[in-house]
Ligand binder design. Sequence first.
Ligand code: CAA
Length: 250
Amino acid sequence: MGNIRVEIRENVGILTITRPKQLNALNREVLRELGQALDRVKEDDRIRCLIITGEGKAFVAGADISEMAGMDKAQAHEFAVLGHTVFKKIETLPAPVIAAVNGYALGGGCELALCCDIIIASENAVFAQPEVGIGIIPGFGGTQRLGLRIGIGRVKRMVLTGERIKAPEAYAIGLADGLVQPEKLIEDTVALAKTIAAHPKNAVAAAKKAVQSSYSKRLNEGLKHETSVFERCFSTDEPKQAMRSFLKKN
Ligand code: CAA
């Protein structure tokens, strides 16, 4: 796989998205590879807890804008469904998944962290849902999963302004569950993962599922609604213009 690396340390898997030149932006290829890697992790008995992180200065800077800029409504629908399908694999993986957020977690990157069970942020991590700035809405679950972590006013503030939340604030408001020094991010997250991995596997998987059952029905309905709103944004020229202007600047 060109964009995903998985290593195993004892009974902890570390999945790294390795597209650093594009700040690990999620295009269709990365999403498909991520899905395949997750299928393999599920089958691998050695992995009792999984960490997801990004290579370089970003965790993930969002869905790939250069790919989205050419999408029509039907393609945007397929893209959102692909994202949701892959993120669901994380949410339903029996082994717990920890996001080790090493830098920018913007748009689809913030949404990737949100579908993990626990979010550990490096002190230099930055979170945001900047989609409105490019004429769309969060399309990989942000409008639904953010509210599971932070109050509705803060959700609206993030989604409507697109403003960036630095790691200490993210930790203070419950968007992140831990805050660690950048150089200790993987070491500390592996230590946390090992604590989980040391417990009986079936009990851990059952506990994850039981907690999720408290919100999963409503979440699934909300995700469907989000997709219909996301794809509708692509029926106007707004996103094309805004995305082209982002790409021109870069
Ligand atoms: N998609 C595609 N390419 C991206 C990208 C993205 N989301 N984010 C960064 N890149 C690319 C840049 O185009 C640039 O490529 P080139 O070197 O070929 O020009 C490269 O990554 C490095 O980026 P910058 O030069 O912009 O780096 P920077 O340090 O100056 O800025 C940044 C970093 C603040 C993260 C900035 O890149 C940025 O704002 N990125 C876009 C963030 C964004 O809007 N994300 C949301 C996407 S929409 C979404 O995710 C929808 C959804 O929910 C499904």
